[in-house]
Design a protein around this ligand. Sequence first.
Ligand code: HGY
Ligand code: MN
Ligand code: MN
Ligand code: MN
Length: 428
Amino acid sequence: PIHEPQFSASTSFSVDTENLQLQIDELSRYSDTPAPSVTRILYSEKDVLARRFIKNIMASSGLSVREDAVGNIFGRWDGREPELTAVATGSHIDAIPYSGKYDGVVGVLGAIEAINVLRRSDFKPKRALEVIMFTSEEPTRFGISCLGSRLLAGNDALANALKGTVDGQSISFFDAARSAGYATDQDDLSSVFLKKGSYSAFIELHIEQGPLLEDEGIPIGVITAIAAPASIKVDFEGNGGHAGAVLMPYRNDAGLAAAELALAVEKHVLESGSIDTVGTIGILELHPGAINSIPSKSHLEIDTRDIDEKRRNSVIEKIHQSAITIAKNRNVTLSEFKIVNQDPPALSDASIVKAMEAASKELNLNHKLMISRAYHDSLFMARVSPMGMIFIPCYKGYSHKPEEFSTTGDIANGVKVLALTLAKLSLA
Ligand code: HGY
Ligand code: MN
Ligand code: MN
Ligand code: MN
């Protein structure tokens, strides 16, 4: 074969940090809550405006842009050997209520800037490079995390379930998608499923959302695995009644059942035998929600994760047992116990990890091998392509809150490692 031009122009890499920061700041203003918080919900008016912003930036970077039926957005830089499968990178821009402006965004705007860096250093891709902005990585609107990447990975059950999915305001998934200009056909979303082997590699740049890199003064994290997430929806029902007139022995309080289950989640997680098991009750709603009315209904949502899938599943079993016992003891009905998702962990591809480590070394950047306790679209892309992730430090590990912050220097380091890794994978 002809001698492959080894790509060593990484020393000339120049990241336009000023412009990248301006883009991060502008994108953060497409929000339903006031700065410095960001709230950007799937298919909302702000989400649609933000999507247009991203498509414009992709186009101005010379990428050819396309979207699929649920709004996954693809920006492609064709390679000189079009018959070879492409290398993809990307992340998300949706933001949970009152969160920050870097989660996901660094892996979308940073990926487009990595393309610019490669163009500036005269790189010519052999395999095409494709930037993906995934639809709805966050579970906020429809309770389904990584909706876009789950479908890309091929998921008939999800494609069917979406036909009957509604949000908290009883708006159907398809009506919401259509209002944003997507999902014309109600029947099936299998058009979204990627063909097997669509990509030779998928890599994602993301803030750590934890404190290790900052604590240890290490600029780059190379991910070896992504923890196994699960989420559960629970409803209890009781008689309710007047807060003054119903004496304690005659009550079956759905609110206290929820409170007891929340503490049971904490107990089962702490007793799992490992610090790697986590559990959170991020949603707890009482009905009717009046100070002088005994809750007749309660709704709670449980997020529990672990890097060990079996250990996580046994915690879920114990939580289910506790819900049944609590309902019996309090004489309330457990009207729903629904495991929304119970996903396996994902392992990074060894050759991609090596490419990332080599890239960090070439760029004189220290790196640390680590697992991701947060989930990402990479968790599902790993099902259809070799996967890898690059982390950069974030302030005190803060994320999913307005104080989330990464410096332009750290972001530039991540963009350079991403750019050099993309170059290596494109020439592979
Ligand atoms: O919750 C997560 O792990 C991701 O940040 N959405
Ligand atoms: Mn997030
Ligand atoms: Mn994220
Ligand atoms: Mn009254």
